[in-house]
Design a protein around this ligand. Structure first.
Ligand code: SAM
Ligand code: DTB
Ligand code: SF4
Length: 335
């Protein structure tokens, strides 16, 4: 399905300027996204909430649990990442987990209410023997009745098909930031490499989970540039994780000035308005966020979270706390 062919709702121009625009035009310029981000906060949240209610269960939240199946020692230089071998962080390297360990963790996540299990690895990309192990894990997690997701880095031609055949439902691969800011953050792989992997995933019929990180010292225009890139993917991703940088001591981005929380909420809202049918995930950074800001994110159109006491290597709110927050807000888990 081409999610960029809007039928049920006005196009973005009418959202911003109240003028109709041909329905088949779904490209977003950076300036148009920035004009969303520049709106008075209440107006932006209202727009986002209207779009959200048009396409989604207004009180439903999808829960995914992460596991790091191979941790640390990564050859890449992503400036935010505690798993890059070249930075001295407190992350201990861990070889690939066994199939049993992964299945046990997935079953526990399911018992706590997660509907999707996402397996991450600190690789530039998987080798053929890694893909073989990953396909075993995907099959076993799928057999538990869970949705499967993997984030393994760059994929070579053919690898996405192998994952697809094993039953992989989603592949997470983020653009991370706008093209013009990218080289400030990562130099060991290019923006185009990421776009190529996303195309491999699409061609293999796997759902695309693709988003980015904010709070890396970027400008509002850069955030608009990231959202425009995501929204202009054709079709746009089914799932859009918006991460707030988790600052880890030893990484180059440690000590970056903290982003104002309302800017984070605005970014969520812009993702919701520009990608109406996508699941927008309030991702990393929740441990540093108040419950009130998280509630604003849900109001702005976020409808999925990472659920479980850990992300890949850093903390996430405890399951009991998240259950209490969902209860307080009258939100229910989507199956
Ligand atoms: N190694 C693979 C790759 O980079 O494609 C997969 C795992 S990688 C850890 C997955 C994503 O996590 C990154 O693309 C980045 O968006 C996010 N991430 C990593 N470290 C982060 C941090 N400190 N704060 C927020 N997001 C982070
Ligand atoms: C995504 O966009 N965020 C998740 C998931 N995809 C793989 C990862 C966040 C990682 C945060 C830092 C860590 O825990 O190592
Ligand atoms: Fe490696 Fe992925 Fe971390 Fe980059 S984000 S250093 S590729 S684990």
């Amino acid at each position: 399905m081409n999610y960029n062919s809007f039928t049920a709702y006005e196009t973005h121009d009418s959202l911003v300027n109240n003028t109709a625009k041909s329905e088949d035009v779904a490209q977003w310029s950076v300036a148009e996204v920035q004009s969303l981000l520049d709106m008075p906060f209440n107006d932006l949240i209202y727009r986002a909430q209207c779009v959200h209610r048009q396409y989604h269960d207004a009180n439903g939240v999808q829960l995914s649990t992460l596991i790091s199946v191979k941790t640390g020692g990564c050859p890449e230089d992503c400036g935010y990442c505690p798993q890059a071998a070249r930075y001295h962080t407190s992350v201990d390297n861990q070889d690939m987990l066994s199939l049993d360990e992964v299945v046990t963790a997935a079953a526990a996540a399911k018992a706590k209410g997660a509907s999707r299990f996402c397996m991450g690895a600190a690789w530039r990309g998987p080798k053929q023997r890694d893909i073989e192990k990953m396909t075993e894990m995907v099959r076993a997690v799928k057999a538990l009745g869970m949705e499967t997701c993997a984030t393994l880095g760059l994929l070579k031609p053919g690898q996405a098909h192998q994952l697809s055949e094993a039953g992989l439902d989603y592949y997470n691969h983020n653009l991370d930031t706008a093209p013009e800011y990218y080289e400030e953050i990562i130099t060991t792989r290019q923006y185009q490499d990421r776009l190529n992997t996303l195309q491999e995933v699409r061609n293999a019929g796997i759902n695309v989970c693709c988003g980015g990180i904010v709070g890396m010292g970027e400008t509002r225009e850069t955030r608009a540039g990231l959202i425009a890139q995501l929204a202009n993917l054709n079709p746009y991703p089914e799932s859009v994780p918006i991460n707030q940088l988790v600052q880890v001591k030893g990484t180059p981005l440690y000590g970056t000035a903290t982003l104002d929380s309302f800017e984070f909420v605005r970014t969520i809202a812009a993702a919701r308005v520009t990608m109406p049918k996508a699941m927008v995930r309030l991702s990393a950074g929740r441990q540093e966020m108040s419950e009130a800001i998280q509630a604003l994110c849900f109001l702005a159109g976020a409808n999925s979270i990472f659920y479980g006491d850990k992300l890949l290597t850093t903390g996430n709110p405890e399951v009991d706390r998240d259950q209490a927050l969902l209860d307080k807000l009258g939100l229910h888990a989507l199956s």
